[in-house]
Ligand binder design. Sequence first.
Ligand code: AMP
Length: 192
Amino acid sequence: MINIVLFGPPGSGKGTQAKFLEEKFNLKQLSTGDMFRFNLKNQTELGKLAQSYMDQGHLVPDEVTTNMLRDELKKHTGYSGFIFDGYPRTTTQAESLDVILKEDLGQEVKICLSLKVDDEVLVGRLLERGKESGRADDANEEVIRERIVEYYKKTDEVAEHYKAQGKYAEVNGVGEIAEITANLSAEIEKFV
Ligand code: AMP
């Protein structure tokens, strides 16, 4: 299986790129942000718990997020691999993902692909997205900036986890969407 961690700050284009890569390589995108939004919409206990964190631009606690991801992972079969979008976001989550893939599927992460985008470009993109997406956390510049702060405080270091395993590559996340997909695909093709 080609299990990919699609990595980068909020607004770097992970979700957009995941959709193209899913189709091209028969992969299943697993977005923890989408899972939380689904729970929020349906007002589940998990959704209610996550809301306070999401509204402030903070991360939901590791254990809650990892349990949710682990449950979801079991539901999908028949794919050539998974694209993890928005997970792992802490070193603890990265370590958990290694364990889960090994214990539940006998698998591992093949590559962490990191989309590089400047902070001010991110803010602009997220404000634009907020006009259409209806996402509360995209509509408020203060929350957007807090998410970026949270990214540098807790998430950026996840790259080290994959660098140490020799499983890390960077791709420029600014430019034509198709060109970025092609650059990501070139990295993935090394494993196909
Ligand atoms: P996203 O759609 O990936 O930008 O995620 C939206 C929000 O969901 C984040 O700001 C967090 O509050 C929460 N969230 C998503 N993924 C994670 C994760 N892996 N760990 C903790 N919180 C997360």
